[in-house]
Write a protein that binds this ligand. Structure first.
Ligand code: AMP
Ligand code: ZN
Length: 113
């Protein structure tokens, strides 16, 4: 399958990996939008949020728990951080392997652009 993030999971494309376990992988975004910008992805391929099933509930929960732990490690947990998941074109999804953006280290505005 020609999926960039699957290639990162399989070590076929290099990335600055900050966390890996049996279910998920976390690495630095190549084009950071904040002083800290990490992507948390499932190791298994899921294209978009629309493809999630109830069988993925534990996996998605684990991705969010991983983001929480990384935010604490990065020392942004107390000041605040943002988690983002983009789904399909209008939301700006560009890589079709689901991921959570963890961004921290600056102040964010609302509504997002
Ligand atoms: P999205 O627009 O939500 O699909 O986000 C995809 C993200 O993947 C963007 O923030 C990109 O900067 C990031 N990205 C693309 N290629 C790479 C790569 N090779 N390594 C790390 N991050 C990447
Ligand atoms: Zn993939």
């Amino acid at each position: 399958m020609d999926c960039l993030f699957c290639k990162i999971v399989n070590n076929e494309v290099p990335a600055k990996i900050v966390y890996r376990d049996d279910l998920v992988l976390a690495f630095e975004d190549i084009n950071p939008q904040a002083p800290h910008h990490i992507l948390i992805i499932p190791q298994k391929h899921i294209s978009t949020i629309n493809e999630l099933t109830s069988e993925d509930n534990e996996l998605i929960g684990h991705m969010v728990q991983t983001a929480k732990l990384l935010a604490k490690e990065l020392n942004v947990a107390d000041e605040g951080y943002r988690l983002v998941m983009n789904c399909n074109a209008s939301a700006g999804q560009t890589v079709f392997h689901v991921h959570i953006h963890l961004m921290g280290g600056r102040r964010f505005t609302w509504p997002p652009g």
